[in-house]
Design a protein around this ligand. Structure first.
Ligand code: PA5
Length: 444
């Protein structure tokens, strides 16, 4: 379903970049399939589009229906892998202006993904006196940002609806057996959804983590899973025609040739949060042991007027991966102007999509001429099926890429390091010694 065009890598990497990595790719694919590679305990996402929990899926759909009925607002509280996927899908399939649109589904706000007092207060004001529900999402449970935001909105719910009423409006997505949130959800009797043990945060968008908020927005989650399933079946066929193998081999060869930054670009502003999701996926999976391409993202054509200069002529560290949707949602044509004062009549009657396509083609060649190799990934349309496939494609290619690089693509020791320092500095019981050491270092 997805198509890669790698012709604009010619001259940047040896022609045999794929055959040279075929054996390593076959090994990586086998490790993903049989869960035997580094971090294999976290490769449950590989077969998820086929093996997902169907009973829970039906509960997700029922809960989404209930939330749509009882609330004008859904607050999705989570950070990192516990919110980026849902936000990416809702932006791309509904709109980044989803909350401003006329619709029969609730507004959806994302909270607990930072520690800004101003933005939390603003969110409380935005909810105002409207009926709302909360989906608190944390695999581990005690992550500070969502835990703090949840306390605040839980209090707000309990003050407004009483403890019983609040219980009917809180949905907890967390580990099936462990963690602070699991304990709280059990004790309070919230409806619970599971982040499977073998699926890490950044690979969890196709579990309840992403699916519940996405379903509340009215997206067809069955079709989303269907697209992922199709990609899963297609990408399980190893070999040089496999687009995930091609993408992983190309970025690895480019990394070995000295490239250090991969820019993900798209000509759809609605793609912005997909870029954020992708950055977490690749940054957390590959960025370790002093290795990995730094993932960056840009929105074209807007960023051609800001980052375009650097991309064209700055340090030659970059490769560019462009995601393109073949079919636009609707057509707009450029009107004729009898006066032709702006000299644009050569475009009269042309669609805006045609103009965007010429921008993409021209930018590609300009960047290639400037020393930026280009990978073009085409998806049929901005719909559930294509997006399910894109998600799975990037996840699968990320697993392959991590193994080619020689890292464990499924851990995130760097994220844990900051979390632990923060717990210590905040005075969390059990971290007393670490707190003393850190305070001393900060004072010196
Ligand atoms: O990919 C990851 O595992 C992390 O980015 C987590 O998603 C993030 O730290 C949030 O963790 P949790 O869901 O445990 O609160």
């Amino acid at each position: 379903m997805l198509k890669l065009n790698l012709s604009k890598l010619n001259g940047f990497i040896p022609q045999d970049y794929l055959p040279a990595r075929q054996e390593a790719l076959a090994k990586a694919a086998a490790m993903l399939a049989d869960h035997s590679g580094p971090g294999g305990d976290f490769t449950g996402w590989v077969a998820l589009p086929r093996d997902y929990d169907k009973e829970e899926f039906a509960r997700i759909q029922a809960a989404a229906k209930k939330i749509r009925k009882q609330s004008q607002v859904l607050l999705v509280i989570g950070i990192g892998g516990s919110y980026l996927g849902a936000r990416a899908v809702i932006d791309l399939l509904c709109s980044p202006n989803y909350n401003l649109k006329k619709k029969d589904t609730p507004d959806i706000y994302f909270a607990g993904n930072g520690l800004s007092t101003d933005s939390l207060l603003e969110l409380m004001e935005l909810v105002g006196d409207r009926d709302f529900s909360v989906n608190i999402i944390s695999k581990s449970g005690p992550t500070t940002e969502p835990a703090v935001a949840f306390r605040i909105f839980k209090n707000m719910l309990e003050e407004r609806y009483g403890k019983e009423g609040a219980r009917e409006r809180i949905y907890a997505t967390t580990d099936k057996a462990r963690g602070a949130l699991k304990g709280l959800a059990d004790a309070e009797g919230y409806e619970e959804f599971v982040v499977p043990d073998d699926v890490g945060g950044r690979y969890s968008v196709l579990t309840a983590v992403g699916l519940l908020p996405i379903a509340v927005a009215g997206v067809d989650i069955q079709a989303l899973m269907g697209g992922a399933r199709q990609a899963m079946d297609e990408l399980a066929q190893g070999g040089p025609d496999n687009p995930a193998w091609q993408y992983a081999a190309a970025r690895h060869a480019l990394y070995e040739s000295g490239k250090r930054v991969e820019i993900l670009a798209c000509y759809e502003p609605a793609f912005r949060f997909f870029g954020e999701w992708w950055k977490q996926l690749y940054g957390e999976s590959e960025g370790k042991q002093g290795k990995g391409l730094f993932p960056a993202s840009v929105e074209f054509t807007a960023d051609l007027h800001s980052m375009g200069q650097y991309i064209q002529q700055g340090e030659r560290l970059m490769l560019e991966t462009v995601v393109r949707f073949d079919k636009a949602h609707c057509a707009i044509s450029i009107p004729d102007d009898p006066e032709n004062v702006d000299g644009l009549n050569f475009l009269s009657g042309r669609s805006l999509a045609f103009v965007a396509e010429q921008a993409l083609r021209g930018v590609t060649l300009a960047h290639v001429d400037g020393g930026v190799p280009n990978i073009l990934l085409s998806a049929p349309a901005r719909d559930e099926k294509s997006l399910g496939a894109l998600i799975y494609f990037f996840e699968f290619a990320c697993g392959l890429s991590g193994y080619l690089l020689g890292v464990n693509p499924f851990d995130q020791p760097g994220v844990e390091a900051y979390k632990n320092n923060m717990y210590a500095l905040l005075g969390k019981p059990g971290y007393e010694e670490q707190k003393a050491v850190l305070e001393k270092r900060l004072e010196s």
